[in-house]
Design a protein around this ligand. Structure first.
Ligand SMILES: Nc1ncnc2c1ncn2[C@@H]1O[C@H](COP(=O)(O)OP(=O)(O)OP(=O)(O)O)[C@@H](O)[C@H]1O
Ligand SMILES: [Zn+2]
Length: 752
């Protein structure tokens, strides 16, 4: 007998190896083996046993495995089935699929059992054990103290800023100790807090999901509930029954929303083993989390996209929160969509899968129409909160506020007087204001007023963003938000030498500055209200988002200025006014998906208003107040708007009424990338109901000094599309041009 091994190489096949005589048994299917591959040594997964006679490799060419790494399979049938389904559906090599699925340490062949060092404070040690001059030690001691009697793992402590030498010193002084936490079977989950009384619609949703759970059947649900309708409470009460039945629950959350607050929402309801899985974790923790899912130690698993690829001992429910969120689609290597994979896994385990959102994607609405998802609607806000009112402000007719500069000249703040009046009124009433601007930095363009020169990225088809701050540290530079290229701000125009360079447009930093100028005390120029900027620049540091979060939750009047980071599921009860000074631009974009995505973002941001006891309102400042789509969204709300878009897509035969595959080609010149796609089309099987669009230059065709062309296949029938790709895609990758170009395939792309 031989073993067939899936190896992490970009080849669409598995490899046959023999097993040395002295090995007593064949490596089990699902276990890791180390093999020689060319001149490399690789670690792969055993996926089958075959008789030598059936191998296509002649026996004198067969190589033996070096050794088997596992006594028992690390991947069960369920996981292997998942891998092979993903390989088929996404047309991606099996070995590479497995490489994406597995934690780094598993791929590197490390043992499964990790011994993670924990540190804790010894009992009877108190603050008095420190001398006054041991400040730094005391500070480190206090950090550990925050973790209570159980302490925390070394990894976590180092991440928080503790330093190893100090841990050692404190240990030598007999103040703290290290220990290895024994893993015992988790205790049954119990309630830490009483559930809320559900309203009728919430109850219907919980009942529907639990009916599927009790029957042990797969069922996909779209929990379509407006912002603040209490979807979380539906998750919690459904989870309760599932956890009490001794099953695990997986909750997927968008990339950015994964803050300690997410954990706290679940930890405050259940006394349970909760495991967090996200991209910022160390390899040690990723492996530990993977093991905890696999052994059943983890009872509630909260994770971003890739958590859906984990092995689970006894999964009972999957929740995909904010299911519309773009971060669920992986945009490189294996381009999977976590919500689609979640549905597949639900089928595998015969369990319910809940996709929760206030702004369902058109794909999910179509699945409801097709009877593939059961829709549960929550049409009102939970508790006493009311949905905020939405109002358009015509920025063409309203004058924008002019602010005087030190030299007396006036500049335009980009905010209409109506908006400023509403902000002032809200602050004076003791409430908070949220202003949404989806652009970080100071300004999106640096322009020469004399000759029209603009500062562009030398590596991308994009303007450089001006990062500029008036504050003391004078940190000014130009930066490309696509490739991170940085440059100094030139003193004069490189083309015409004019010194008349001007930053055009508005980023969050500039808007915050304008707000300082407008709302500060005119005598002292001190802020009367804090202005809190929330974007990737201000939350880069580990704990900065948490600090901001705390400050907001104190509830004092403040102005929050944020990018889409603030749109995602946050609950700030004192925000009563939400302003969108120019969020509606997306309705003008050429991308047919842009209105859908823009509307989702607008509704999510708007949904942050009035979640507490006071009525909220939303002001949308626009230059296109007659735009039919915008009017529909504001007047009728998201669902009727989405239904209208869906109707348009149907008429035009666009997804979800057709199925798409996007082929991208990346190379040194557009000529080469376009030609490669033309060569590829030649072998495309002729088919009815298949539209071939392109090759065309990709949007932003130059990125990071590489050029991109693309080709789109649109088919009426999904099976037909996959049938064609099965015949066509692998030969395309074998074309001569594919050797020096990068060709990728994206199934169900979310943008093109
Ligand atoms: N049945 C209920 N009775 C009273 N209050 C409730 C009930 N259900 C939920 N709530 C409260 O309503 C608030 C909003 O709920 P939640 O954050 O779950 O909304 P959501 O639907 O997730 O909104 P979003 O989509 O905007 O994130 C929370 O403070 C929650 O405690
Ligand atoms: Zn760039």
């Amino acid at each position: 007998m031989l073993v067939q091994v899936a190896l992490p190489v970009p080849l669409y096949r598995v490899f046959d190896y023999s097993v040395p005589m002295e090995d007593n048994a064949l490596p089990a299917i699902g276990s890791r083996v180390e093999v020689s591959f060319g001149r490399q040594t690789l670690i792969g997964i055993t996926v089958a046993h075959i008789a030598q006679a059936t191998s296509s490799v002649p026996s004198n060419k067969l190589k033996p495995i070096n050794h088997c790494l596992d006594d028992a399979p690390i991947l069960n049938e369920n996981m292997l089935a998942l891998a092979s389904w993903m390989a088929r559906y996404y047309h991606y090599p099996l070995g590479d699929v497995l490489a994406v699925m597995l934690p780094t340490f598993i791929r590197q062949g490390r043992p499964l059992d990790l011994l993670i060092t924990h540190w804790r404070i010894l009992p009877n040690v108190s603050d008095n054990d420190f001398h006054t001059n041991a400040n730094k030690q005391k500070q480190q001691f206090d950090m550990l103290k925050l973790h209570g009697a159980r302490g925390a793992s070394e990894d976590v402590l180092l991440l928080e800023g503790m330093q190893r030498p100090f841990l050692k010193t404190l240990e030598e002084k007999g103040l703290i100790e290290r220990y290895i936490e024994p893993k015992s079977a988790p205790k049954p989950v119990s309630l830490a807090k009483m559930p809320l009384d559900l309203n009728a619609e919430q109850q219907l949703a919980v009942d529907a999901i639990l009916t599927a759970h009790n029957a042990g059947k797969y069922s996909g649900f779209l929990l379509n509930g407006i912002t603040g309708s209490g979807k979380t409470e539906v998750y919690l009460q459904t989870m309760q029954a599932v956890l009490e039945a001794g099953k695990q629950v997986l909750i997927l959350v968008p990339e950015i929303g994964l803050t300690p607050q997410t954990r706290a929402r679940f930890a405050s309801r259940f006394a349970a083993q909760i495991v967090l899985l996200h991209s910022g974790m160390s390899n040690t923790h990723r492996l530990q989390g993977w093991q905890d899912c696999r052994t059943g130690h983890a009872q509630i698993i909260i994770g971003t996209r890739s958590a859906v690829l984990n092995p689970f001992a006894n999964l009972g429910l999957i929740v995909v929160d904010e299911a519309h969120d773009a971060s669920y689609k992986q945009q490189d290597t294996l381009r999977y969509h976590a919500a689609d994979v979640a549905l597949y896994r639900g089928l595998q385990y015969n369990i319910p899968v809940v996709l929760g959102t206030a702004t369902p994607t058109l794909e999910h609405l179509k699945l409801v129409d097709d009877g593939k998802l059961v829709e549960c609607q929550l049409r009102t806000r939970a508790g006493s909160a009311k949905l905020a009112t939405m109002q358009l402000i015509d920025a063409r007719q309203q004058s924008t506020h002019q602010q005087a500069q030190d030299d007396g000249a006036r500049y335009d703040t980009g905010l209409t007087d109506i908006l400023i009046g509403a902000i002032r009124q809200t602050l004076e009433a003791g409430d908070q204001v949220l202003i949404f601007l989806n652009r970080r930095g100071y300004a999106p363009v640096l322009l020469c007023e004399a000759c029209g020169w603009q500062a562009d990225c030398p590596r991308c088809d994009a303007h450089l963003t001006v990062h500029y701050s008036n504050q003391a540290n004078h940190n000014s530079y130009l930066k490309c938000h696509h490739c991170d290229w940085q440059a100094y701000i030139p003193a004069a125009c490189p083309d015409c030498r004019s010194q008349n360079l001007d930053a055009k447009g508005m980023g969050t930093t500039r808007l915050s500055e304008n707000l300082h100028a407008i709302f500060a005390n005119p005598q002292t120029s001190k802020d009367l209200y804090p202005i809190i900027q929330i974007d990737r620049d201000t939350t880069r540091r580990k704990d900065s988002w948490e600090k901001i979060y705390e400050q907001i939750n104190q509830g004092k009047p403040a102005i929050l200025v944020g990018t889409q980071m603030v749109a995602k599921g946050h609950h700030f009860p004192n925000v009563t006014l939400v302003c969108l000074p120019n969020a509606d631009r997306g309705f003008l974009s050429a991308d047919f998906r842009s209105p859908e995505h823009t509307a989702q973002l607008m509704i999510q941001v708007a949904g942050r208003a009035g979640r507490g006891n006071k009525q909220g309102r939303v002001l949308i400042q626009t230059l296109q107040p007659d735009n039919a789509l915008l009017l529909k969204l504001v007047k009728d709300g998201y669902l009727p708007f989405a239904r209208e878009l869906l109707q348009e897509r149907k008429m035009m035969g666009l997804p979800p009424y057709s199925h798409a595959a996007l082929i991208r080609c990346e190379g040194k010149t557009l000529l080469a990338t376009t030609q490669a796609l033309k060569d590829a089309i030649v072998s495309l099987p002729a088919a009815h109901n298949l539209a071939v669009l392109g090759p065309i230059d990709a949007p932003m065709s130059k990125k990071n000094s590489r050029y991109h062309s693309q080709l789109l296949l649109l088919a009426k029938d999904r099976n037909q599309l996959h049938h064609i790709l099965n015949q066509w895609w692998q030969p395309v990758l074998a074309l001569p041009s594919a050797k020096y170009l990068k060709l990728t395939l994206d199934i169900d792309p979310v943008g093109w």
